[in-house]
Design a protein. Structure first.
Length: 390
């Protein structure tokens, strides 16, 4: 099996021999790809592998289901994290293929996509359907790059607008109530640290003692813990913004010193000395805490504290809101949270920032002097006016 790449102006033509037809003529697959030569070489290799595996389908007969599978295996598997891949695969297998998979790719029109969105919104939230739109649109954008489509039909469709759920943050009084109720729980250390740093649950459960500098008052986020198909796995943070150093309060440093001393004593009793690679927040035997178990236990404690609807992730939101209300700069908060930009942080917590205007006006009112009436408008008599004009 042979394949070649040839420059055609600003694009690349890929040609592959696919066998011999019934009449004895050689069959070829030809497609044009815009971009770099490296992209064309990657596409050529992908086609050769598909032909070798017997899963090659001529573009004219390619269905959406076949294209989505090719996109998953040929692009997502090498360009996305396993967690993202699993999410895409679930949406494709459970929703997109059952509804639209039978349609030939070249015959997929915006009307069919729009109809699917309308039907899906009858049983799913607008946010969920919006996720479906993102996956479908990305896969069709890939089809355009590969020369299968002239344009992306998903770009001509209006996806449902996701309604953002009201963010639940706790007041200082509610925080005190929650911590008082959780003080005897094995999960109290993780809860207290989450409130003090704004770290995500996966970041907290991935922390090792080598990541915690109690002298410099800082925590380094270098690995996270996710649960995939029932198995806990450690991974690197997804983005460069997530891989960061977070400052800690002196109170948290003091608390973690005492907590570490307790863990060292327990480890000695169990015959497993604590090391720099030991997890900061772990079960008694040192094994990782199951994220689902932690979330469930926290939800139960929150309900007992009268905080219905508060999730573990809301500890992160509470950290951000308390920082904002205490006058911390958005850029500092954005870096602590590992956000991609300050604009994202401002948008996420815009309702809190809007509510701070009254407090800002109160501070301004304390600074400015009281206005004095009687001096803003001066009325001159006709004689005096003439004198002043002369």
């Amino acid at each position: 099996m042979r394949g070649s790449i040839r420059a055609r102006g600003n694009s690349w033509q890929i040609t592959i021999d696919t066998g011999i037809s019934d009449n004895g003529k050689r069959k070829r697959h030809i497609e044009t790809l815009h971009g770099r030569k490296g992209d064309a070489q990657k596409r050529l290799n992908e086609l050769l592998v598909n032909i070798e595996k017997g899963i090659y389908v001529p573009p004219g007969r390619l269905t959406l289901a076949e294209h989505l599978h090719n996109w998953l295996e040929g692009y997502c598997k090498t360009s996305c994290s396993q967690r993202t891949y699993d999410g895409y695969q679930s949406i494709i297998e459970q929703h997109l293929i059952p509804a639209l998979g039978h349609i030939r790719l070249k015959n997929l029109h915006p009307q069919a996509i729009q109809k699917y969105y309308g039907q899906a919104c009858e049983r799913l939230s607008p946010l969920t359907v919006h996720h479906h739109h993102r996956v479908l649109s990305q896969s069709l954008k890939y089809a355009v790059r590969q020369g299968y489509l002239g344009r992306n039909p998903a770009e001509m469709v209006d996806p449902p607008s996701p309604r953002r759920k009201p963010m639940r943050t706790m007041t200082p009084g509610e925080v005190e109530t929650l911590l008082d109720l959780a003080k005897d729980s094995a999960y109290y250390p993780a809860i207290y640290t989450a409130l003090s740093t704004g770290l995500r649950q996966a970041e907290l459960l991935g922390l090792r003692w080598r990541d915690v500098d109690l002298d410099m008052l800082s925590i380094s986020v270098s690995q996270v813990l996710y649960k995939r198909r029932g198995v806990c796995q450690f991974k690197e943070p997804k983005t460069s913004h997530s891989r960061r150093r977070v400052a800690m309060t002196p109170k948290l440093a003091t608390y973690l010193r005492g907590y570490r001393a307790e863990r060292e004593g327990l480890s000695l009793l169990l015959g497993k000395p604590l090391t720099l690679d030991s997890l900061v927040f772990a079960n008694v035997d040192g094994k990782p805490i199951d994220p689902g178990v932690l979330s469930h236990a926290f939800g139960k404690m929150a309900r007992q504290a009268g905080l219905n609807g508060v999730r573990f992730h809301d500890l992160r939101h509470t950290f951000a809101s308390l920082m904002l209300l205490r006058g911390a700069k958005p850029k500092v908060i954005s870096e602590a949270l590992g956000h991609s930009s300050v604009a994202f942080t401002m948008d996420t917590y815009s309702h809190i920032i809007d509510g701070m205007q009254e407090d800002a006006m109160a501070l301004l009112d304390e600074v400015l002097p009281v206005g004095v009436n009687g001096h803003s408008v001066k009325i001159l008599s006709p004689n005096r006016r003439q004198a002043s004009e002369s």
